[in-house]
Design a protein around this ligand. Sequence first.
Ligand SMILES: C[S@@+](CC[C@H](N)C(=O)[O-])C[C@H]1O[C@@H](n2cnc3c(N)ncnc32)[C@H](O)[C@@H]1O
Length: 211
Amino acid sequence: MKRLEDNHNELQRRREFPDWEKMYVEQAVETMPWFHPELDADLDRALKRLSIDSGSFLDLGTGPGTQAIALAERGFRVTGTDISETAVRKAEALTAEKGLDLVFKADDILKTGLNKKFDNIFDRGCFHVLDPDKRGDYVKIAAGLLEPGGYLFLKTFSVEELMEGGPYRFTAEEIRDIFSKRFEVVSIEASVFRGTLAEFPKAIFCILRKK
Ligand SMILES: C[S@@+](CC[C@H](N)C(=O)[O-])C[C@H]1O[C@@H](n2cnc3c(N)ncnc32)[C@H](O)[C@@H]1O
């Protein structure tokens, strides 16, 4: 319990993140901790539970593009965006000849140039690397990019993850505080981040519905 409390206090500390563009230039995407070629199992379950099998998706902070590709392969119309131009170029190269309804675009979510609305947004690991001072902006922007009643599927590190460094961690209560002005909190469940690390970091998976 004490470790959890200490960790929670640690949350308030400013965290440092890589220069994303430099990272995507220098490192093969397959070696990145979050690289996961299949559709995230939590999102897969949520889509089944909510009977969502068509429509548009924004994969926000798409990185290697695996989630955008998996969604497009299921028939969704997908836009994948990332702050790193190189991530976007690499993701495009992976999909060049697949004939999917999928576009990738370099875009900083906090200064987004996107001018269309989506039925759904998937954020697997972007929100939890943003500056805490910008969380309110993120909520407003994400809500603005969704059609009325649209879903934001959000996956972040959980406060129960005790590894040194890395992304900000959240409790369910904090997610409620941050999002509930513009989103109905449908569910928040404990999960893990499947990727290339030997031990999968503890996560929470949140289903949020635009009010
Ligand atoms: C932990 S990675 C997750 C990548 C991908 N969603 C996945 O699950 O494979 C976080 C991603 O967010 C991107 N990112 C960071 N800040 C961003 C911002 N302000 N706008 C858009 N993308 C951002 C990074 O470049 C990185 O690709």
